[in-house]
Write a protein that binds this ligand. Structure first.
Ligand SMILES: [Zn+2]
Length: 165
């Protein structure tokens, strides 16, 4: 099943205009032409928390949405990736580090800006190698004292931080 962007109007298979049917307890997009229900599942995102000496690593976002806001290093899981592989790739892209050890924190389902909802899968990185250098869609990286962080781009990141301390 293709993931469905918010308010999609056309069938991703045949291009027909979608209608709605009530199935499994809720209204769902449906194609009257190919008689498929188009399930709208959350899109998975990984986020990594790195804490050192009571400071947390944040990146400044260089892209929309929430460009210019600070956030945890994070990104969408690619089609054939596990969440763990996505975590390692995103951290390399945005901060240049090689993740060596991590632990699962929790998941959060949050309303998305582009998708109906995103499932944020949070990890704490407990060991890494390499020098931290901003890259990809991160324009700056900085450690902030945990009790004095700027407003974050996404409230889910605050929830993840709270779950580490
Ligand atoms: Zn169709």
């Amino acid at each position: 099943m293709p993931s469905l962007e918010k308010d999609a109007k056309f069938c991703p298979y045949c291009g027909s205009t979608l209608d709605k049917v009530f199935v499994e307890g809720q209204w769902r997009a449906h194609c009257p032409e190919c008689d498929r229900i188009i399930y709208d599942n959350p899109v998975p995102v990984v986020a990594g928390v790195i804490i050192k000496d009571n400071k947390v690593l944040l990146i400044k976002r260089g892209i929309y949405p929430r460009k210019g806001f600070w956030a945890l290093p994070a990104g969408f899981v690619d089609t054939h990736e596990t969440a763990e592989e996505a975590l390692i790739r995103e951290l390399k892209e945005e901060t240049n580090i090689d993740v060596k050890a991590y632990r699962f924190l929790k998941t959060i389902n949050q309303k998305g800006m582009r998708y109906t909802s995103v499932l944020i899968i949070g990890f704490q990185i407990t060991e890494y190698e390499g020098k931290i250098i901003p890259g990809d869609d991160a324009v700056e990286t900085k450690f902030f004292p945990i009790d004095n962080i700027p407003e974050l781009a996404f409230s889910s990141h605050n929830i993840l931080l709270d779950s580490t301390i």
